[in-house]
Ligand binder design. Structure first.
Ligand code: PRX
Length: 664
């Protein structure tokens, strides 16, 4: 390899080895591309779209977006099919027998590999079977599935038919699943008997059984048998995946439905700034162009690479960088069912060595967990196949960055810390591995074609090194095209700063133009890279009969980045008991999912409010974080500032494992 990265001016320089054959070879080339994309945006994207994808009809207009409407529309008039681009076109080349998908199950010996031909066969079969159930273009299909190949196959089968898949992360439980299914109006749900977690099966189908009575749109449930777990099957509604596909009359070559570039490819819910999840809609043409484009440039993906994105397909990262980006490029993508630490904290390194992984894309929370477990786990394996490391989902603290670079990258590998969102479809601000000088903790520069900026509350650009609102001034092909059945919500992204897309994040830019993400400016909270809405958690808690009023705030957490801290005022006459504390925690887990489980629940007599009755979360955040009473800032606007002292002391008692109130 090329030796340690040179360190100059607080930056790691890009590796020299591999530069000559890189997609983008130098800082100068990046600048040229950036300037070209700024000056002639349409030509830039038109060239990328044409070279990356197969279109069955060309576009009339490249970019027809207008943030003042708002309207996001790319490649108007063009036609394509995402499954054709991700599967069919590769089987008429010498990629036919290349591994498209390598699946590593939770157990070491459970491995399944699909060549492009095999993927094609299964995708056609599932598409034909869904068609047989009457699924047509535009229909929604919910996928509540573990990380197993059937999930990827089902996504591509939907894409083949033009059906809109809506994936629901298996960490969501009844309430979270119900809201998402009902918002999407899905006619079919595909699920599994169980999801494997740490060697044990956790029910999935049973979660659905408890809520389907309240999901009127669902007509059929298809169940993949993951673990021979006994499940109840409702006659007429539920069918096993194997039986569903067994029909010998199903077409072996089910044709792709031609889609307009702006027909939705999928719907994916994320946390909005109200209790209701936001159904982010992505287009077929723009999204797929952007997925392929960013996968190729940000990861410098080559045909011979083995590429592994560790994200779950329940999140946008799994959509773009496990499925659509790599498969559109005809790459080999790895899918892992398990977690980094089961049965031992060496699992990722075992997989890297086993499949000779070249590119690894994971999350800061994973890296922090590995730091905690110690680098000895990494030393037992040969990691020399790795060429590029990536990170996504939350800010990567410099300490974790350096650990990742030193112990996984052996001092030689660039780390691409990629900033983006469900709404952006793909990476927006990130290093290019052979072009960008790296600063640990910074996501560096916007990609070519991305006109990002940092503005003050009036939309004016912020000076160097001052924090402000992270916005984008121009559309890009991966931008979401709407919020499902919620025009108002879509508008809200463009209302705050006219003519700009507001990300909801805060950021600053240093003197060299590097971006540093400061975190969310809205009520979203980022737990282990999972975006949750504090108001969604509050509205669940408020529905519990013992709760008078809840307030949910983020609190810094060593491993998770942020954790959920809940203050609850109970109804009159209800005692503060440990039993109630665990009941409330279970209530959140049941109504949203384990991923929203509160770290701490603190009972309070009253929440701090302004004279007009608004809960002051700013102060609660500081108290939860253990800041000094003196540092709480202006408390003169509070109706009852005197309650803060007691809340503060109670917080400290809880942190020491004692109850909030001292025994008399
Ligand atoms: O706050 C930013 C944070 O995650 C948010 C987007 O969450 P989600 O839509 O779930 O998508 C996650 C995967 C793309 C952003 O608004 N975020 C994402 N990547 C980074 C980040 N914060 C800091 N650094 C990152 N690299």
């Amino acid at each position: 390899m090329g030796g340690n990265l040179l360190y100059e001016n607080n930056s790691y320089l890009p590796p020299r080895h591999g530069k000559d054959v890189a997609r983008v070879r130098s800082q100068q080339e990046y600048e040229e591309l950036y300037n070209f994309a700024l000056a002639d945006n349409d030509t830039f994207w038109e060239r990328r779209a044409r070279s990356l994808l197969h279109w069955s009809r060309p576009w009339e207009k490249v970019n027809n977006s207008d943030f003042s409407v708002p309207r996001v529309e790319w490649f108007r008039g063009a036609r394509l099919n995402a499954a054709y681009n991700c599967v069919d076109r590769h089987i008429i080349t010498d990629h036919r027998n290349k591994a498209a998908l390598i699946w590593q199950g939770e157990r070491e010996m459970e491995v399944r590999a699909y060549t492009y031909q095999m993927l094609y066969n299964d995708v056609c079969r599932v598409a034909a079977a869904l068609d047989g159930l009457g699924i047509r273009k535009g229909d929604r299909v919910a996928l509540y599935l573990p990380m197993i190949p059937e999930l990827v196959i089902a996504m591509l089968a939907c894409a083949r038919l033009g059906a809109v898949h809506t994936n629901i992360f298996t960490g969501y439980a009844e309430g979270g699943v119900k809201n998402r299914i009902n918002d999407s109006g899905a006619r079919i749900v595909i699920t599994a008997d169980v999801v494997m977690r740490g060697g044990k099966p956790k029910p999935l189908k049973a979660n659905l059984d408890r809520i389907l009575g309240q999901c009127p749109s669902v007509q059929k449930v298809i169940v993949v048998n993951r673990s021979d777990d006994s499940v109840q099957m409702m006659r007429g509604r539920d069918v096993w995946w194997q039986d569903f596909l067994e029909d010998f009359t199903l077409d072996a070559d089910f044709p792709c439905v031609p889609m307009d570039a702006n027909d939705p490819l999928f719907l994916l819910h994320t946390s909005g700034s109200t209790g209701r999840p936001t159904g982010v809609l992505h287009s077929t043409g723009g999204y797929l162009t952007y997925a392929a484009h960013t996968t190729q440039w940000v990861f410098d993906l080559k045909d011979s690479d083995v590429y592994w994105c560790t994200a779950d397909c329940g999140w946008i990262t799994g959509h773009t960088y496990l499925v659509y980006g790599p498969l559109a490029l005809g790459a080999t993508t790895i899918m892992f069912e398990g977690t980094p630490t089961w049965p031992r904290p060496d699992r990722y390194w075992r997989i890297v060595e086993k499949f000779r992984v070249n590119i690894l894309y994971t999350a800061p929370t994973v890296v922090r967990g590995m730091m905690r477990d110690g680098e000895e786990w990494t030393r037992r394996y040969d990691l020399s196949s790795l060429r590029i490391l990536g990170s996504v989902g939350e800010p990567m603290n410099p300490e974790a960055w350096v650990w990742y670079h030193t112990h996984i990258g052996k001092g030689e590998l660039p780390i691409v810390d990629t900033w983006w969102q469900t709404e952006t479809g793909g990476v927006m601000i990130s290093p290019l591995p052979y072009a960008t000088s790296l600063r640990p903790g910074s996501v560096t520069r916007p990609l070519p074609g991305i006109d990002a900026d940092i503005v003050d509350r009036n939309g004016q650009p912020k000076p160097v090194n001052e924090g402000g609102n992270l916005v984008v001034r121009n559309s890009w092909p991966g931008q979401f095209i709407g919020v499902f059945q919620n025009e108002e919500k879509f508008k809200s992204y463009f209302d705050r700063f006219p003519g700009m897309y507001f990300s909801g994040d805060g950021a600053r830019r240093d003197e060299d133009g590097n971006y540093w993400i400061l975190g969310r400016m809205d009520d979203n909270i980022n737990v282990s890279g999972h975006r949750l809405s504090t108001s969604e958690i509050e509205s669940v808690l408020a529905a519990h009969p013992a709760v008078a009023e809840p307030a949910v705030v983020p609190v810094p957490h060593e491993l998770k980045g942020e954790a959920i801290y809940v203050f609850v005022a109970l109804k009159n006459g209800i005692d503060w008991t440990e039993a109630l504390r665990s009941e409330l925690r279970d209530f959140v887990r049941k109504n949203i999912g384990a991923l929203a489980s509160p770290e701490v629940i603190q009972f309070v007599d009253d929440l701090p409010k302004t004279l007009s009755g608004k809960t002051v979360r700013r102060i609660l955040r500081k108290i939860a974080a253990g800041d000094d009473l003196e540092s709480l800032g202006d408390t003169t606007t509070l109706a009852r500032p005197e309650i803060l002292g007691e809340i503060y002391l109670a917080r400290n008692r809880l942190a020491l494992g004692q109850p909030e109130k001292q025994a008399d």
